[in-house]
Design a protein around this ligand. Structure first.
Ligand code: B3K
Ligand code: ZN
Length: 855
């Protein structure tokens, strides 16, 4: 497949200011008529190119005249030579939504018809210049069988409609805002709405509706509350008001991604809309709110100002993730939210940045753009925006975002435009900061602190290096904002509070004066930069920070570092001194001043994959054993504390509030340690929590502990869970995932068997991710030395690829980690990648990911 390069960008030859679409909807055969007003852009005589994917033109008319030979096909695209500078082009095609298993373009899901166009799905619906820098005003007319599809939605406001003969009806929608194809949406369905309204700060009333199946209506309250909170937050935090009279959200069961920000018609994976206490965990509730906010915020960061080309994807995604993270931080505990976000970054983005698929947040090239909706573009992209916020300060950052929105409203912009707006508004030179957009790889910062007691000075020596990544063998130093504080080890006080150190060079020294006692270094506080810090700090210093640091993230980080150091040493030496970790955890557990939600995060051991990331060669079995040994010791040595904290949190009645969530989290973490201790009554306590839970958080938490055990209650719990929720797809996904993550020796066999379960289907991306995607993060099971885990994953990639290339390609990255493993595992993984690549008829999505992963 051809490689598209960022530097090859050229503005469009033809613009399409207006388009009228007419849909005669039918799942088996939908007729699409498109009427495009096209205008030549610039002086050239190149033809009009209309992208298509799997379309055959049934009719082509130019200025009303049917044409037989004024057009030609160039591959899948329709080319038309046009004499003048402005014409009206009409095309007709027929598509079959019910046969669309890729879930891109117009497709059928659970009896409804819906669309997904980002990034290049519109060309599967009709011929059009399918690129984000062609902005059009849309008028959409659709007709469908009224009994089957009583609800007809598209972007903008409904302007007309009525009944037709033969039980059909029609509707017309107009969107006054110029938008690119990827923001087009249409829904025809039999759904009900949770309706509400929101008064904007300028007094405009917006009609809100969340459309779901009737049986799901009661599960939409949380999403609606989150939507209204998001609308208010964007007015306050960014001065951004909603701009249309209607805002619709539709939930669908089959969806490749989390959700889609189509102008005024957001379409959601139902797992990010539906929530009630019996079926959704606290994490699910948080995700619903976060994704609803994210898609809503796109109305400005993405829709009003969109992307010039797909290389600029992080312009809208990184910024919007930063915005949704800030929103969620404001809704609950900011400290815990930051810990969760950093944990997610380290789990998904750091490995990506260290592997064969590493790319800058603004990539230079791609074969298939769908492969670049990555943790790097999204989450590292958000960290880059956060660094700008830190460097400029909140006020200048806000001035910069105001300038960006004003200057580029209605335009398709670039990452460069964003940085320039920040620069212009703040007066800060961001020339070198732009390296964050072009260089891949996680910078590594080493920090050394030396104290000279006589002169009362401390010298902080910082060095940075960015590791080589594919296509980028050597890198330049980048500006790295590090929030730093020095603590006196006796007084426990900081010397002059925190300061922001800008590490600009490869090597830099910072002098601190008036340091009268030995200082302890607290660095990258709040995770001010997405880097790996190597600061040679003793276990005692880390324990000190884990108990004393007044930055909650730094406190959590010190504990994590202490745990990681302990575990990496234990893996290398076969044993380790667990005392410092046990004492630090005990101190944290006993600290009544701490938020239980924070305690729960702080006392959790780092994941097996994160421990592996710190080692030259990953040994999954040794890591698992070392981590379990530490868990057991923590469980046994602190058994009284776990029991006390379990008892305290157990009395909690269900409500969805930050304090109640924190207690539930600590409860299940405590249960996990009680089980790890081997206490004879742990199985009874776990089963009781499972059986008596009045909410999914407690129930799933208990099931997660049961499923790893050899207890008799384990299989009973799995059966009870299945029987209770059979038919509820989102909950049955949890049933699959919980088993896929099991640390028992039989997990590979269990996962293979689950792939043959009657409820497993390759057609639903949520189900594929629930079993296959989850299993690939199960370090012990997936990396089983038999190679069965790798073979299973490759089999699934090949099977899913036939239906849904995007979802198949997302499963590949775990196999690309082979360089991190021993020779035996690396050989097995490479063999599976080679087998995938040797398969005829591979999609370009899978081809790109597998070939890059094999290297
Ligand atoms: N913008 C969409 C991405 C959908 C892409 C599918 N390949 C979701 C989001 O980031 O809001
Ligand atoms: Zn987004």
């Amino acid at each position: 497949p051809p490689v598209i390069h960022r530097e090859d960008y050229r503005p469009p030859d033809w613009l399409v200011p207006d388009v009228a679409l007419d849909f005669a909807l039918d799942p088996a055969a939908t007729r699409v008529t498109a009427r495009l007003s096209v205008t030549r852009s610039g002086a050239h005589n190149r033809p009009l190119r209309l992208d298509g994917d799997g379309l055959t033109p049934l009719a082509v008319r130019i200025d009303g005249e049917p044409q037989a030979d004024a057009w030609r096909m160039d591959g899948a695209a329709l080319m038309i030579d046009l004499p003048g500078d402005a014409h009206v082009i009409e095309t007709e095609v027929e598509i079959a939504p019910e046969k669309n298993s890729q879930l891109m373009g117009l497709y059928a899901s659970g009896g409804m018809l819906c669309t997904q166009c980002e990034p290049e799905g519109f060309r599967r619906i009709t011929f059009f210049p399918d690129r984000p820098d062609v902005l059009s005003r849309y008028v959409v007319r659709m007709e469908a069988d009224k009994a089957r599809f009583p609800v007809l939605l598209s972007n903008g406001d409904r302007t007309d409609g009525g009944d037709l003969d033969d039980g059909r009806h029609w509707a017309e929608w107009r969107d006054p805002f110029f938008k690119p194809t990827y923001l087009f949406a249409l829904v025809a369905a039999d759904l009900v709405a949770n309706r509400d309204s929101f008064a904007t700060r300028s007094g405009k009333e917006v009609e809100l509706a969340i459309w779901v199946k009737p049986e799901d209506l009661a599960k939409t309250e949380h999403a609606m509350a989150a939507l209204k909170a998001s609308m208010a937050w964007d007015e306050k935090a960014y001065g951004r008001e909603y701009d249309l009279g209607e805002f619709n959200i539709v939930a669908v069961a089959d969806f490749n991604f989390g959700a889609m920000e189509n102008k005024s018609l957001n379409i959601f994976n139902s797992r990010y809309i539906l929530a009630d206490p019996d079926t959704a965990t606290d994490v699910d509730y948080d995700n619903v709110a976060g994704v609803v906010a994210h898609e809503y915020f796109h109305n400005w960061s993405g829709n009003r100002v969109t992307c010039r080309d797909w290389f600029q994807l992080s312009l809208k995604e990184g910024f919007t993730v930063f915005r949704d993270q800030s929103f969620s931080a404001d809704q609950g505990s900011a400290a815990v939210k930051r810990i969760e976000d950093v944990r997610a970054l380290r789990a998904s983005q750091f490995p990506e940045d260290a592997g064969p698929l590493a790319h800058p947040i603004r990539p230079e090239s791609y074969m298939e753009i769908s492969n670049f909706y990555t943790a790097t573009v999204y989450n590292k992209g958000a960290e880059v925006i956060r660094m700008l916020h830190t460097i400029l300060g909140a006020d200048a950052f806000r001035k910069g975002s105001d300038l960006y929105f004003d200057r580029h409203d209605g335009q398709a912009a670039t990452c460069e435009d964003f940085v320039t707006a920040m620069e212009d508004a703040s007066g800060v030179d961001l020339a070198r900061f732009r390296l964050w957009y072009s260089q891949a790889g996680t910078p590594r910062v080493t920090a050394r602190l030396e104290h000279e007691p006589a002169g009362g000075q401390a010298r902080l020596t910082l060095e940075q290096g960015v590791p080589p990544t594919p296509g980028q063998p050597s890198k330049q130093p980048m500006p790295i904002p590090l929030r730093v504080a020095l603590y006196g080890e006796v007084t426990g006080q900081t010397f002059g509070g925190e300061r922001l150190v800008m590490l600009e060079d490869a090597h830099q020294e910072i002098l601190f004066e008036g340091i009268g006692e030995r200082p302890v270094l607290s660095i990258n506080r709040g995770f001010s930069a997405p880097v790996t810090v190597v600061a040679d700090r003793s276990a005692a210093d880390l324990a000190f920070l884990s108990a004393q640091d007044d930055d909650p993230f730094a406190r959590y980080e010190a504990m994590q570092q202490l745990m990681v150091d302990t575990l990496v040493r234990a893996v290398a030496l076969g044993e380790g001194d667990h005392r410092p970790v046990i004492e630090a955890v005990q101190e944290t557990l006993r600290n009544a001043a701490l938020d239980p939600a924070f305690i729960a995060e702080a006392v959790l051991l780092p994941s097996e994959s994160f421990i592996g990331d710190q080692m030259p060669v990953v040994d999954p079995v040794a890591i698992h054993l070392a981590r379990e040994a530490l868990r057991r010791d923590l469980g046994q040595e602190l058994e009284d504390e776990w029991r006390a904290s379990y008892a305290k949190t157990h009395a909690n009645r269900y409500e969805y509030t930050p304090p109640a969530k924190g207690l539930r989290r600590l409860k299940t973490v405590s249960l996990g340690y009680m089980a790890a201790s081997g206490a004879p009554d742990a199985s009874v306590i776990a089963f009781r929590q499972f059986r008596d839970a009045d909410n999914m958080t407690d129930r799933q938490g208990a099931l997660g502990t049961l499923v790893n055990s050899q207890w008799a209650e384990r299989d009973e719990a799995l059966k009870l869970f299945y029987d209770r929720y059979r038919g509820n797809d989102l909950v049955i996904d949890k049933w699959f995932t919980t088993q896929a993550l099991s640390t028992r020796d039989d997990s590979v066999a269990a996962v293979e068997a689950l792939a043959g379960h009657g409820d497993f289907t390759l057609a639903n991306p949520n189900r594929v991710r629930a079993l296959v995607g989850a299993f690939a993060v199960n370090q012990k099971g997936f990396n089983d030395l038999s190679g069965r885990g790798y073979r299973f994953l490759a089999d699934m990639v090949l099977a899913v690829d036939k239906l849904n290339p995007q979802t198949a390609a997302k499963l590949i990255p775990p196999l690309g980690r082979w360089r991190r493993f021993d020779e035996a595992r690396a050989t097995l993984m490479r063999a599976e990648l080679a087998r995938v690549l040797a398969t005829p008829g591979l999609s370009k999505d899978v081809f790109e990911q597998a070939s890059k992963s094999l290297g």
